[in-house]
Design a protein around this ligand. Structure first.
Ligand SMILES: [Zn+2]
Length: 108
């Protein structure tokens, strides 16, 4: 049985993985995009923790060795930026992947 596009019900060729060639509907979200969104949410959570105060989220309560706790607090802005940056990069890479298939589909 042929797969059909959930948007326009056109039959999907075997090579249509991400995008429907008839209407351009995005058939599925690449795993990279989902991972990227998770990282971006994590980045926002870390940003919230940073605004709240990294030294007040329990890092210095004894659960984490003091050295690591201090290092984390000192590098917190970097941690926030890094996490959010990885997320943004993955989402952008996934968007480019979909865009390239869009281009391939509309050129065919
Ligand atoms: Zn379609």
């Amino acid at each position: 049985m042929a797969r059909r596009c959930p948007e326009c019900y056109a039959e999907l060729p075997e090579d249509a993985v991400w995008v429907c060639p008839t209407c351009g509907y995005t058939l599925r979200t690449p795993a990279a995009a989902k991972t990227g969104i998770v990282f971006m949410v994590l980045g926002l959570v870390l940003l919230g923790a940073f605004v709240y105060g990294p030294e007040r989220i329990g890092l210095t309560s004894g659960l984490v060795p003091t050295d690591i706790a201090n290092l984390t607090i000192a590098n917190f802005p970097l941690l926030v930026l890094g996490t959010f940056g990885i997320g943004a990069f993955l989402v952008a890479a996934a968007a480019l992947k979909i865009r390239s298939e869009h281009a391939r589909v509309s050129a065919a």
